[in-house]
Design a protein around this ligand. Structure first.
Ligand SMILES: [Zn+2]
Ligand SMILES: [Zn+2]
Length: 184
């Protein structure tokens, strides 16, 4: 969704829109998601409120979608709902942090700060980026997932195996979690 700068006033405006799952997934694929740990299975619903303070533009709201994630330990695919608040500030390109007043440097630490140029703001990539930032650092089907046996590959959440005698080398588990997974 694009907003013309002239339509952003000091009076907060609230809007809702959706970014397609494909658009966000393409963005995910460009970033850290090489192993396809996360994929949106529904559009990204954005509820955003924005206003201007001088030349700076403030955005905040909520993001909601559903993802398919594949567990970094056991490789199981599971549904991951995302429902997260976000906020960011856009300042005109050319106004570097050094030009910010001291109290605004503090703000910059708390709020994601980026730059804009041109006559309009495209919210879709900005909000997609916020959604990606809101994802967990690792996909885990559950906090205490036991993962796969590094020797025989059995899913230790659902079955026991005979390999317990030999202490598994943790490096194998790391390798297993690492290797690119075929999308299922
Ligand atoms: Zn798991
Ligand atoms: Zn085993």
């Amino acid at each position: 969704m694009k907003i013309r700068l002239e339509d952003i006033s000091e009076e907060p405006t609230r809007k809702s829109f959706a970014a397609t799952a494909e658009a966000v997934n393409d963005r995910l694929a460009e970033g850290r998601n090489e192993a396809e740990e996360f994929r949106l299975s529904e559009p990204l619903a954005v509820d955003v409120t924005y206003y201007r303070a001088g030349d700076d533009l403030y955005f905040s709201g909520t993001l909601a979608t559903k993802l398919q994630a594949s567990c970094a330990r056991c490789l199981a695919t599971y549904a991951l709902p995302l429902d997260a608040p976000f906020q960011f500030v856009l300042v005109p390109e050319g106004s570097g942090p050094s030009e910010l007043e001291p109290d605004r440097e503090l703000e910059a630490d708390d709020l994601a700060l980026s730059f804009f140029s041109g006559p309009e703001i495209d919210l879709e990539p900005l909000c997609s980026e916020q959604a990606i930032l809101a994802l967990p650092t690792r996909a885990l089907c559950r906090e205490d997932c036991k993962g796969l046996c590094p020797s025989c590959g059995v899913d230790k959440n659902t079955a026991a195996c005979e390999c317990t005698g030999a202490a598994p080398d943790p490096r194998w588990a790391a390798l297993r979690a690492w290797k690119p997974r075929a999308s299922s």
